[in-house]
Write a protein that binds this ligand. Structure first.
Ligand code: NAD
Length: 368
């Protein structure tokens, strides 16, 4: 990521906010902030499925620095329904074919890719080439090579790229980062994380097709546990071992159902993680020399509960997605790096690939 000055000098932000952030930038800021009108950045959601409809569009009704300005969908009926519901003008509604003409639309500053994993790379690159900043949902892409292409394309187009890791904006997870990384209870001696849900009987979903998803529970749910292990320790795993279990092999013909994996960290800590499409798991637990902490449930949109050796961990209810998108909008406005850049997705995908290699090699230890 380029530093702020480089980004600003290149006219990184088309429209400038006079928010507190802009005013505090002082001499680095290329415009006279006070003379600029305040503006919320426009976000276009690409893919109007469960996550866009259930979480992102509602969150965008609560955001301070961005708003739902555009839609990209392959389903004409959704264009009409969503357009009416969210009062999106027809000129801001695109399909997958005419999407590239979004480059001429000044209402759209940020494109948020919320599609099956196999489509993340294409739409991230097309969005960056259209001059838009990009948020791409997790898991970032089918593989490490695709992650690199996405990062390179955004860099070349001078656009910010972020991955939809909502938990970095949740106070419970921020507290876990603090307790772990600052070693508040001493060095970690153990770490466990589990995430999964019980898949119904739908065999046709894209999540079960390897070409579309890249993998099963590990790609979808396991990345949260990899993230948690990485941000609790503040370290990068160096090696992994893994094994898997399939209770419904007919349903999980192409992708993993339940995966148990161990991440080995440089200091010797071994994180025990598991992901599943067969178990309703959602927890993380860390033990340290002088105490410990845990979240259970650990990964939902709301309702996380936590405790540490110092007592209950408790925060007021908030909206993770609104906080995440507002933070990204401020990064764009202020020309600063996002805390969840493409590199974060790439690092997780390196771990995922090592886990799949271990599974393919009967649980052999694989370097990340
Ligand atoms: P979904 O199946 O509900 O929606 C997918 C959308 O993509 C639909 O609108 C569908 O019409 C469209 N689509 C376009 N081409 C398609 C194709 N060939 N096959 C299937 N659908 C196609 O999925 P979702 O749950 O909204 O997930 C989308 C992305 O968001 C995934 O990357 C997923 O991992 C991510 N997600 C993230 C979170 C989170 O908490 N960050 C939560 C849920 C989903």
């Amino acid at each position: 990521m380029k530093n702020f000055e480089q980004l600003s000098r290149r006219g990184f932000v088309r429209t400038v906010s006079v928010g507190i952030g802009a005013l505090t930038l002082g001499s680095l800021w290329p415009f006279k902030a006070a003379a600029q009108p305040s503006k919320k950045l426009g976000i276009a959601l690409v893919g109007l499925g469960g996550y866009s409809g259930g979480q992102l569009a509602p969150a965008l009704q609560q955001t301070q620095h961005c708003y739902l300005a555009g839609l990209v969908t392959g389903t004409p009926a959704k264009a009409t329904e969503w357009g009416e519901k969210y009062k999106i003008p027809g000129k801001n509604i695109y399909n997958y074919q005419n999407f590239d003409s979004i480059k001429d639309n000044p209402d759209i500053d940020i494109v948020y890719v919320v599609l099956p994993v196999s489509m993340h790379k294409e739409f991230t690159i097309r969005a960056a080439n259209a001059g838009k900043h990009v948020i791409c949902e997790k898991p970032m892409a089918l593989n490490v090579a695709d992650c690199r292409e996405m990062i390179d394309a955004c860099k070349k187009a001078d656009r910010l790229l972020s991955i939809g890791y909502r938990l970095h904006f949740d106070p419970y997870h921020q507290e876990v980062m603090r307790l772990g990384q600052k070693q508040i209870f001493g060095a970690l001696t153990s770490f466990e994380a589990a995430n999964g849900f019980k898949w119904g009987n739908n065999p046709d979903a894209w999540r079960l097709k390897k070409a579309l998803s890249g993998g099963g529970g590990l790609m979808d749910m396991g990345v949260y546990t990899i993230q948690a292990a990485r941000y609790t320790t503040g370290q990068e795993p160096i090696a992994v071992t893994a094994r898997q279990e399939k209770t419904r092999p007919d349903l999980f013909k192409e992708v993993d159902e339940t995966v148990f994996f161990e991440l080995e960290f440089p200091g010797g800590l071994k994180a025990q993680c598991k992901s599943s499409y067969n178990n309703n798991w959602s927890s993380l637990k860390a033990t340290a020399q002088r105490g410990g902490f845990e979240l259970n449930p650990g990964f939902p949109y709301n309702g996380i509960q936590g405790k540490s050796s110092n007592g209950a961990i408790s925060y007021p209810r908030m909206n993770q997605q609104a906080a995440q998108m507002d933070d990204f909008a401020q990064c764009v406005i202020q020309g600063k790096a996002t805390r969840v850049p493409g590199q974060e997705g790439l690092k997780d995908m390196k771990v995922v690939e090592a886990i799949y290699r271990s599974l393919a090699n009967s649980g052999r230890r694989e370097l990340v």
